[in-house]
Design a binder for this molecule. Sequence first.
Ligand code: PLP
Ligand code: COI
Length: 385
Amino acid sequence: MSAQFTRTPHPAPVPADRRAAILADPGFGRHFTDHMVTIRWTADGGWQDPALVPYGPLTLDPATMVLHYGQEIFEGLKAYRQPDGSIASFRPTANAARFRASAARMAMAELPDDLFLASLTELVTADREWVPPAGGEESLYLRPYMLATEVGLGVRPSAEYLYLLIASPAGPYFADGVKPMDVWLSTEYTRAALGGTGTAKAGGNYAASLLPQAQGAEHGCAQVAYLDAEERRWVDEMGSNNLFFVYGSGDDAEVVTPSLSGSILAGITRDSLLVLAKELGCQVTERRISAEEWLTGCADGSITEVFGCGTAAVITPIGRIKHVDGEVTVADGSRGRSPCGCGSCSPTSSGASPPTRTPGCGRSSRPEGRLPETPGTPRSGPPLT
Ligand code: PLP
Ligand code: COI
């Protein structure tokens, strides 16, 4: 199928002064751009009708399958305005591949990567004025997603899907911005089990996280850290980002992250940080880490920094871990202030250990702050516009 999008411009786009006010304080996921992309899939016709249309409500039959059995997947990535005014997205091919993998796990149609990438270009080009200025913390958050649109109550894979792409100017994901957050270590609930859907970015995973998330919030925590479902012993990840632990400091620092166990989401930020940390000479280890090791390591000072990382969450340090039996502070609880001032740098740039930078923040003094798409392409990623 050719990626020739039909274009229906919004008849009444958001006025420029209102858009400027939104971009000055976008929050996260509160405002949406003027347009969206839709592409349909049917068992008979495959992918068809790529369209750029005004952002607006969907009309769904009450018996639409996604409303009953939750066959839905999504992605999240960001587009950044560059100092020269162009716009680049961060590792979009990795999101395209993960979207296909999620579709496969959820028995959904797989969107070809070129269509996925073309949809990003289509929307970002149309709504380029919504990409916040270069030099700040803000970006345009892109949310590709897909739902089962066949009408019927039979429990089986849908014979029709709708792919959509919407965009939202984004500031900090956490209410407190990039400040050390408190995390609730849940021993009551798990996020995913081996053989389940934890490796897919499926909406249902997030629905299941809302109760533990509310429990964490009651304890003043911004995120929940989950343990493996079988032994309730090994640290998996958090509700919307992956976990990293730093042991020691300076030249001896070791950066540890839970290995891809089969129940955690393979974060693209996680992957980028592993590459960057190695490039910067850190000792990097992917292995199992138990809750006991985490808590003991913080208590005895061998763990010097802990942080969560993800597209929305950027790199957010963890100041305290709370659990049913008490709490423990990571170092002095204040690690992670970013010396480059971008607010998105890793805690390991606090000077305690070799610096790594948030991939994609675009303000790193190091070229490694942005990974090349594929070997040989510019490190800043392909311009979208
Ligand atoms: N883990 C979960 C459960 C997530 O929702 C996310 C966010 O996408 C991540 C990890 C981090 O993934 P990425 O770095 O690709 O955004
Ligand atoms: C992301 O970081 O893009 C996510 O999908 C996490 C969250 C907003 C659900």
